[in-house]
Design a protein. Structure first.
Length: 107
């Protein structure tokens, strides 16, 4: 919400920020799916239930860390500065139709 307030419609031009939001949303959704599947296996008493529960614990732990990391980067001055620099680099590459710097070996 704070990003929408800060950028407004300009958020559409902030691809590095949108990527972090999208990755967090994808991980959140997949955690829901994994939890749902494991819950079903446990409720039905399937032979694979304990195995699925173990997989779910590991997956959700890792995915939760990724969500936290992606969302923290949206508030980090260091990462926001890097996103701005990467955007500038991408614009220069597009303007030049390729790499901006010459080959150091003059090839």
């Amino acid at each position: 919400e704070s990003l929408l307030i800060k950028y407004g419609k300009g958020i559409l031009d902030e691809q590095f920020l949108l990527n972090r939001i999208a990755q967090a949303a994808i991980d959140t959704y997949t955690m829901t799916v994994v939890l749902s599947r494991a819950t079903r296996a446990l409720n039905l008493g399937l032979p694979s239930a304990e195995y699925e529960a173990l997989l779910t614990q590991v997956y959700c732990s890792e995915a939760s860390d990724r969500v936290t990391n992606n969302l923290m980067q949206l508030k980090s001055a260091k990462h926001l500065d890097n996103f701005s620099k990467m955007s500038n680099i991408a614009k220069q590459i597009c303007e030049h139709g390729g790499l901006v710097q010459p080959n150091p070996l003059n090839l």
